[in-house]
Write a protein that binds this ligand. Structure first.
Ligand code: FES
Length: 202
């Protein structure tokens, strides 16, 4: 994204709502007085919650001021963790896991689907502004690889064809049902249980 485009989306200022300022006080109180910098992550989460799931640069400056630390100290936290978005993510934010188990099972093909249908580059909005995507590290569902996350939900046991259908529907503002694309129950074997079959509630 060009600097020109970025500056267009950046608001000049940011302030927490009254309710969130109340939350800020509660978060800061959890730490010793000389360690309030430790509240940086919960405060950045609050910014995202208030600001349509992304953190503008003005909010980074604002949080730094609230915590009496430098802009750079907040910026390095905000840019380190993939759960913090520094650009608007769109109504549907697709996070494709590309760590080894998912990669071996075809995650790169799913990334190609995202590039083709959502946007050429990560963290850019689709033409209809509904979706954006990014690559992330392991999301903890490796046993159902490859997988991706859309907003708060996991979509597992994918391949590029399932992902393509799912993303085309997303661009039509329709979210697929979350879970395994092979209808596996959690991480159970595809053809049903092979152990504990005599225990009804297992
Ligand atoms: S490697 Fe993809 S969920 Fe763990």
């Amino acid at each position: 994204m060009s600097i020109k485009k970025k500056s267009k989306i950046q608001p000049e200022s940011f302030e927490f709502s009254e309710n969130n300022l109340h939350e800020v006080k509660k978060e800061i109180k959890k730490y010793p007085k000389d360690r309030k910098a430790s509240a940086v992550m919960p405060l950045l989460h609050l910014v995202q919650k208030q600001n349509e799931n992304w953190i503008p640069l003005a909010a980074i400056k604002y949080v730094a001021k609230l915590l009496d630390i430098s802009y750079m100290q907040v910026y390095e936290v905000a840019t380190f963790y993939s759960m913090f978005n520094l650009t608007p993510p769109g109504k549907y934010f697709v996070q494709v896991c590309t760590t080894t188990p998912c990669m071996i099972r075809g995650a790169k093909k799913i990334v190609e689907v995202c590039k083709k249908y959502i946007s050429k580059n990560q963290n850019e909005l689709s033409e209809n502004k509904l979706c954006s995507w990014t690559e992330v590290e392991c999301l903890g569902a490796c046993v159902n690889a490859p997988m991706l996350q859309i907003n708060q939900d996991y979509f597992e046991d994918l391949d590029e064809n399932v992902a393509e259908k799912m993303i085309k529907r997303l661009l039509d503002d329709k979210l697929a049902t979350s879970g395994s694309a092979k209808n596996r129950k959690n991480t159970a074997p595809e053809k049903g249980k092979t152990t504990l079959i005599e225990v009804k509630s297992a």
